[in-house]
Design a protein around this ligand. Structure first.
Ligand SMILES: [Zn+2]
Length: 269
């Protein structure tokens, strides 16, 4: 496996799984796991909240919004709350929304309460997708949108959290760009990536990007067309001695229409 360093959040999840003798929680109810740790999980309608945790003197209650559309997202939210339960006892009531459970926003807010959210997300990621198992599952497989979808089905978690895990552990280097309301808010590339990314933070996505097609035309590609060829110059700096025709770059957009946001996964073949 690639040099994987566990951070505070992921180490806590890894230790917990080992302590209870689980290789993974794929065949075990996450609600039961939470109640085994001492937290009661309740699904109910929540206003402006995906999930929250209420620490009591004796009992802790985790509430999950029953109106969350996708089961995988519910699962990730619950895992995130379990992370708070394990790591952050003592905060009174903690409320989670799209903003706090999203990876990119957290990084931006890391100076404030983002650290706590970052830890809970890292915890959730490791709890649902143990690194060793994740690495084994993707090993030797060609990178494609379908691979990410297959991994999301296998690990029963959101495709976004899969993309971030793949970024960390996957065999093939990928770059991630997050755009919200037609503005690039964050991007990341692997260490030592051979191409230079033009920083577009707070600017519009590139005119010829797949992300921009969504914002301008509402275009969402069907599954079998999800892998779209783009120019190197779309997201990267094209050196004056380079020819765009010599490169094979692709963009796959994970779109959240309800939040008007796009996660562009970009890679070279
Ligand atoms: Zn949280």
């Amino acid at each position: 496996m690639k040099n994987h360093r566990y951070n505070k959040g992921s180490a806590a999840a890894k230790n917990l799984l080992e302590e209870y003798g689980f290789e993974s929680l794929l065949d075990f109810s996450l609600e039961l796991f939470a109640s085994g740790l001492g937290a009661t999980v309740i699904e109910k309608p929540l206003v402006n909240s995906d999930g929250r945790i209420i620490f009591g003197k004796k009992h802790t209650i985790i509430e999950i919004n029953q109106d969350i559309e996708f089961e995988q997202k519910k699962r990730f939210t619950l895992a995130h709350e379990i992370g708070h339960f394990v790591l952050h006892k003592g905060i009174d009531i903690h409320n989670d929304t799209e903003a706090t459970t999203s990876w990119f926003n957290n990084k931006e807010k890391q100076a404030k309460n983002g650290r706590v959210e970052y830890e809970a997300n890292q915890f959730a990621s490791e709890l649902l997708m143990p690194s060793t198992l994740f690495y084994e599952k993707q090993k030797g497989k060609k990178f494609s949108p379908q691979l990410l979808r297959d991994l999301a089905v296998f690990f029963k978690t959101s495709i976004t959290s899969i993309a971030f895990k793949y970024f960390e552990l996957g065999d093939h280097p990928i770059c991630l760009f997050h755009s919200h309301n037609k503005t690039v808010s964050y991007w990341k590339w692997p260490d030592g990536y051979p191409h230079f990314i033009i920083d577009r933070t707070k600017l519009e996505p590139p005119e010829d990007s797949v992300a921009m097609e969504f914002f301008e035309k509402g275009k969402i590609y069907a599954k079998h067309q999800a892998k779209q060829q783009i120019w190197k110059s779309t997201w990267f700096d094209l050196k004056h001695w380079e020819d765009d025709n010599d490169f094979n770059f692709f963009e796959y957009c994970i779109i959240s229409s309800s939040h008007n946001s796009v996660l562009s996964v970009v890679w070279e073949e």
